[in-house]
Design a protein around this ligand. Structure first.
Ligand code: AN7
Length: 359
């Protein structure tokens, strides 16, 4: 690592692949460089080498920081005094943090009552102005798009191409760690910016001679919020509030990624999502938010009977699968507590009483 200590984020590490110049002020929180964690139990179940890219270990707890460092740096370079975004929670947390870092204002438009507690607290703590609309994410994004022409205001949703540019750096890191691209890349899909970004990253590193191949891109939507899978917009419902999106902005990007890579878009139920979340935490020690568990739920579904005819599983021995787990479990404690019925066993304050409940 030869970057100076005060700047080890994705812009300083990948500037040759990003739309930045010497004139771009770098707004960074040292995002990226997240661990690619081997999963012994998923590897055993698949017969392949399975790795989890744990994006919950970014500065604000999700993959959004990769895109936001580029979006905020470019917004400041262009003279913006305010950034605005619609969000299911993680984009707003990241936008608010990077805006604070850049000393500019941030406004976030959220679906009222549908934002996980940790994410909402983040937006306030980082100093954003928070507006909760009586509508869903798609309504919020429609309103934000209407801000497009306002002077000094930059939209930092993934309809802003700078976001996609930053997010593609996750593919670069995976190729660097594995020495090449994996066979299959699995990730959750909401607004579809991330699957679009990963695919762009994989293609660019291959063109640059940094990898010899590209993975099949496999995206999982929640059953109640599966517009791409169904082929039409929907009124979204899912416990995985991060991907509660009915009309994704990067729909075409997702379709291209899947078509060009020979992958697919599939669905998982809320029950499968919450089971996978708990399975991953209690079997591999990795606690992710419900939306993130959709990728694990998807892999487990593909391994079970009745998988689709295009499914590339099982892989040849030694094949590699990477799953992105997009956000930290601490963002949204409510869903797993409810699902797992988690409650401590109460006991009197003496050894006998405590031993009795432990036996
Ligand atoms: C944890 O924060 O859309 O398919 O407004 O927070 O690129 O949208 C969040 C999306 C997956 C889906 N996992 O990624 C928002 C927002 C987590 C997320 C997704 C999101 P995209």
């Amino acid at each position: 690592m030869n970057q100076p200590l005060h700047d080890r984020g994705v812009i300083s590490r990948y500037k040759a692949y990003l739309p930045v110049t010497e004139a771009t002020p770098v707004i960074s929180l040292n995002e990226g460089s997240t661990p690619l964690i081997h999963s012994p139990k998923l590897s055993e179940r698949t017969g392949a080498e399975v790795y989890l890219k744990f994006e919950g270990l970014n500065p604000t707890g999700s993959f959004k920081d990769r895109g936001m460092t580029v979006a905020l740096s470019k917004a400041v370079e262009r003279g913006a005094s305010t950034v605005i975004c619609a969000s299911t929670g993680n984009t707003s947390a990241a936008a608010a943090a990077y805006a604070a870092r850049a000393s500019i204002r941030c406004a976030v438009i959220l679906p009222a009552g549908k934002i996980a507690a940790g994410k909402l607290v983040q937006a306030f703590a980082y100093g954003a102005k928070v507006v909760a609309i009586r509508g869903n994410f798609d309504d919020a994004l429609r309103i934000v798009r209407e801000f497009g022409g306002v002077d000094g205001v930059a939209i930092v949703n993934s309809i802003n191409p700078d976001r996609i540019e930053g997010q593609k750096t996750a593919s670069f890191e995976i190729i660097e760690e594995l020495g090449d691209a994996p066979d299959i890349h699995i990730l959750p899909v909401g607004n579809a910016g991330n699957i679009t970004a990963y695919w762009k990253g994989y293609r660019e590193f291959q063109s640059a001679g940094r990898s010899t191949r590209r993975p099949r891109m496999v995206g999982f939507q929640a059953e109640g919020a599966a517009p791409i899978y169904l082929g039409h917009p929907v009124e979204p419902h899912t416990v995985a509030t991060a991907i509660r999106i009915g009309n994704p902005a990067s729909w075409e990007g997702a379709n291209n990624a899947v078509k060009e890579s020979g992958g697919c878009i599939d669905i998982v139920t809320d029950q499968q999502i919450l089971d996978a979340q708990q399975w991953l935490a209690s079997n591999e020690g990795i606690f992710v938010e419900p939306a993130s568990a959709a990728s694990v739920a998807g892999l487990l579904k593909c391994l079970s009977s009745g998988r689709c005819t295009t499914c590339p599983l099982p892989l040849r021995a030694g094949g590699k699968i990477v799953l992105t787990v997009t956000g930290h479990g601490l963002k949204d404690p409510e869903a797993p507590v409810k699902h797992g019925g988690f409650a401590p066993i109460e006991a009197d304050a003496d050894l006998t009483a405590v031993r009795r409940v432990l036996d």
